[in-house]
Write a protein that binds this ligand. Structure first.
Ligand code: CTP
Length: 417
């Protein structure tokens, strides 16, 4: 198939040579479009020799072939690796000031971008906003890996290994090949799959005006549902959040853990994947007072007003995730994904608690996120670690927009489908 490999000006451009090799060995016809800055790192001769084709470097050459329009129009996939902070900014604002950005504007096929830069540049709100914009538009943003950067510093910002990027490209190309209208379908690697996502924090009512709740906003669950729909899945979102329904998603509104459990269990019966992103309350008040509990509640034995604080008795809610795992038994479907909001404490780190929870819950993937006041809850970005059952490996994502975290979770799910 026809692949455009865009290369922006970062040191990781050398890794794109291996990606190019993998793509050509995979039988694809690859057109390399390096930016002017990329040519400072790897020259035109290298791209030309490895692709076996003429390399287009600017809009002013071969004008009669109209390369700035034709290359993008004819592509089955555009992959940009590395995508620098500058390239992400130009793509997010729709600029068309060089050949690669014009290709990005004319392409109607899936687009994969692999950002690579220093951690400070990746963390900057401007870069995060650009990544969120691109990902909401359907670009598959592969989050950068953590590790050694150009100098002696380390952190998130490394270009993922070429083999990993090649696997993402092949999956996108497979979805194009399987789609009836490939040039219209932004991404379709979940086409034909039925998925259920739960989102938000449950509210456990004490009386008509009060409830026990938690800080979950539902943003991550809604981002997961939106990403799944964009990737072709039919999606049921069981949500206790007041966020708007994502396009193309069936929303089942719920409030309490019991309602959420019933809705998820019913929808899970014919699902391929269930993602429990909701923050389900473990306990609910044992008694629901049908009227507002007053500050002074009744009179004591001596006839005086009882001004003591009421004691609220709690009872356990069922564990919905554990119920899904038990109902599945030895079957392999549905794939079940849990979330674990952890803070870490003296008995273990966030990851230690995550590994123990994965073993305890028996789900296939556990997305561990670091939480606390002002961290993750209600924010537009988060840091997560994706753990797999039966594997000691971990995929670190973020800090990244929740839309990017969502795509990384679906990438991990698809590997299990
Ligand atoms: N979960 C659930 N039902 C519950 C509680 C949690 O389905 N009653 C799910 C959540 O949706 C999440 C996962 O279980 O996917 C982990 O939730 P968490 O609150 O982190 O785990 P708990 O089992 O409640 O463990 P603890 O509070 O002791 O950390």
């Amino acid at each position: 198939m026809r692949v455009v490999l865009g290369v922006a000006g970062g040191i990781a451009a050398y890794k794109a040579c291996t990606l190019l090799r993998l793509l050509t060995e995979g039988g694809h016809d690859v057109t390399v479009v390096p930016t002017a800055s990329a040519l400072h790192f790897v020259g035109e001769a290298t791209w030309s020799a490895l692709s076996g084709k003429k390399v287009h470097t600017d809009v002013w050459s071969d004008i009669t072939e109209v390369p700035h329009v034709r290359i993008g129009q004819q592509a089955d996939l555009v992959v940009v690796a590395p995508a620098t902070a500058d390239l992400l900014a130009r793509a997010a604002t729709g600029q068309a000031d060089d050949l690669l950005t014009t290709v990005l504007l004319t392409a109607r096929c899936p687009v994969v971008m692999a950002p690579a830069m220093h951690t400070e540049m990746w963390d900057h709100p401007a870069t995060q906003a650009n990544v969120a914009t691109l990902s909401e538009r359907g670009v598959h943003v592969v989050p950068p890996a953590s590790g050694r950067l150009t100098g002696s510093d380390t952190g998130p910002g490394r270009l993922p290994e070429p083999e990993e990027l090649y696997a993402v490209c092949e999956r996108e190309l497979a979805s194009v090949a399987g789609s009836a209208t490939p040039r219209q379908a932004p991404r379709g690697d979940l086409t034909g799959r039925r998925v259920v996502v739960s989102a938000g924090g449950t509210r456990e009512p004490l009386d008509p005006v009060r409830f026990l709740g938690n800080r979950s906003s539902g943003k991550q669950g809604h981002a997961l549902a939106e990403a799944a729909a964009r990737r072709g899945a039919s999606v049921v979102l069981v949500s206790s959040s007041s966020l708007p329904a994502p396009a193309g998603v069936e929303v089942v509104p719920v409030e309490t853990a019991l309602e959420l459990g019933d809705a998820v269990t019913a929808a899970a019966r014919d699902a391929d994947v269930v993602v429990m992103a909701a923050a389900v309350a473990d306990f609910r008040p044992a008694v629901y007072a049908g009227h507002k509990i007053k500050k002074s509640h009744g009179t004591g034995p001596d006839g005086a007003e009882d001004d003591s604080a009421p004691v609220v008795e709690l009872v356990r809610n069922p564990d919905v995730l554990a119920g899904l795992v038990a109902a599945r038994g030895d079957a392999r479907s549905p794939v079940i994904v849990g979330f674990a909001a952890e803070t870490g404490d003296e008995s273990g780190s966030v990851l230690d608690h995550g590994r123990a929870k994965l073993a305890r819950k028996g789900c296939d993937l556990l997305v561990v996120n670091e939480v606390g006041t002002g961290v993750t809850f209600g924010q537009d970005s988060s840091t997560v670690h994706i753990l797999r059952r039966g594997s000691s490996g971990v995929t670190d994502v973020g800090p990244a927009p929740k839309s990017v975290v969502a795509d990384a979770v679906w990438d991990a799910v698809i590997a299990l489908l």
